[in-house]
Design a protein around this ligand. Structure first.
Ligand code: COD
Ligand code: ZN
Length: 362
């Protein structure tokens, strides 16, 4: 079985032959059909997300349950599932309060080794133990959600991270209401999903902001009403204010992971506006704002992980949006690739060539 191993920081992933140990009690063996390549995988490799090598990366996958360990009740062999990079154990302090995006068993799963390398050493699937850059993986039953649909698995994979994060940021974290004005700063896979979420929410104005013109063009097909090309002397804050009669937007979303663009997102919201921070900057980064402005203008800043989503029901809701034509995932799959092309997919992502590359294992 092939898997792409993160062997060292800032080095290419290496496709290796791996074995699996399990499934143990409460675990399932998933045969992945597809995995998206998300910026966060690259963020692990470049050290922005501090997860140590070696591990199998990938956290945006869909496939079929091949085997279930003792005591598994949530799924059975043959079920179609989407992997959830944050589990929903259902019984920790946060899960019982309807905050499964903060499930407390998450960290432990990122460090539970299930893959056996040729030298006999064991390594985990990182980012919640999902390991979707392998043809098969062992996951906790709390890290998979059963889906009933005819939507292609290459599209379902995107729901595992980017779509749930982006659409969820709009519908769950911000709860954007019909008629609202929205700006999305950063239009990669997650940002394009936020733009679609804003359209689903009935926003009247959706401003896409990116440094790459082709991302703005894609955004306009997916629901953006305006595009702002940032960089090279262009001030996105001034451009967004001009579109909103000088006031700023009701809601802005930072979907890059950069303190400078988070500050821009904050500046482009109106008085009492809400800034949602989706992208994760390097761990040592600090974000500051003028307290006077925060208070006198009743500004609001909100963090967002996994679109504040309750995955057990949210994944199927997103699938329904796809089935009813409200969410276009086909337009977000820029390239379908083989696992051995994963390093080139990172390069293409950094070069701004793709919204999403999707690895197909079929
Ligand atoms: N101004 C405007 N746009 C910019 C700028 C800038 N200064 N710099 C880059 N961009 C654009 C790029 O052109 C690109 O279109 C986009 O920003 C970024 O897109 P991608 O495709 O590289 O990244 P995504 O969409 O896959 O991921 C973005 C995240 C912010 C979600 C991700 O990188 C991140 O921070 N993840 C951690 C948060 C998280 O929830 N992680 C868990 C798994 S994702
Ligand atoms: Zn991701």
């Amino acid at each position: 079985m092939r898997g792409a191993v993160y062997v060292a920081q800032n080095e290419d992933l290496v496709v290796e032959d791996l074995d699996l140990v399990g499934p143990g009690p409460g675990e399932v063996l998933v045969h992945f059909a597809a995995s998206g390549v998300c910026h966060s995988d690259l963020s692990v490799v470049n050290g922005t997300i501090p997860l140590p090598p070696p591990s199998v990366l990938g956290h945006e996958g869909a496939g079929t349950i091949e085997a279930a360990g003792e005591g598994v009740t949530k799924v059975k062999p043959g079920d179609t599932v989407i992997a959830s990079f944050i589990p929903a154990c259902g019984s920790c302090w946060h899960c019982v309060r309807g905050e499964t995006q903060l499930c407390e068993i998450n960290m432990q799963l990122s460090f539970t080794p299930h893959f056996k390398r040729a030298d006999g050493s064991m390594i985990p699937g990182s980012i919640g133990g999902t390991g979707t850059f392998a043809e098969k993986a062992i996951l906790s039953q709390h890290s998979v959600v059963k889906i009933e649909t005819a939507v292609p698995l290459e599209q379902l994979a995107l729901i595992g991270c980017g779509v749930t994060t982006g659409v969820g940021a709009v519908l769950n974290t911000a709860k954007v209401e019909p008629g609202a004005t929205v700006a999305v700063v950063g239009c990669g896979g997650v940002g394009q999903s936020a733009i679609q979420g804003a359209r689903i929410a009935g926003a009247s104005t959706v401003v896409a902001v990116d440094t790459v013109q082709s991302k703005l063009d894609a955004a306009q097909k997916l629901g953006a009403t305006h595009g702002v090309l940032a960089g090279e002397g262009q001030d996105p804050v001034a451009a967004v204010k001009e579109i909103t009669k000088g006031r700023g937007v009701d809601y802005s979303f930072e979907v890059i992971g950069n303190v400078k663009t988070l500050e821009q997102a904050y500046q482009m919201t109106r008085r009492r506006g809400v800034t949602v921070a989706v992208g994760v900057p390097r761990m040592e980064s600090q974000y500051s704002f003028q307290a006077f402005d925060l208070i006198l203008n009743e500004k609001q800043v909100r963090g967002c992980i996994y679109g504040s989503s309750q995955v057990a029901s949210e994944f199927q809701r997103l699938v329904t949006f796809v089935e009813t034509g409200q969410l276009d995932l086909g337009a977000m799959v820029s390239r379908v690739i083989d696992l051995k092309e994963v390093n080139d997919a990172f390069r293409a992502m950094e070069a701004g060539e793709v919204i999403r590359s999707v690895i197909s294992y079929q």
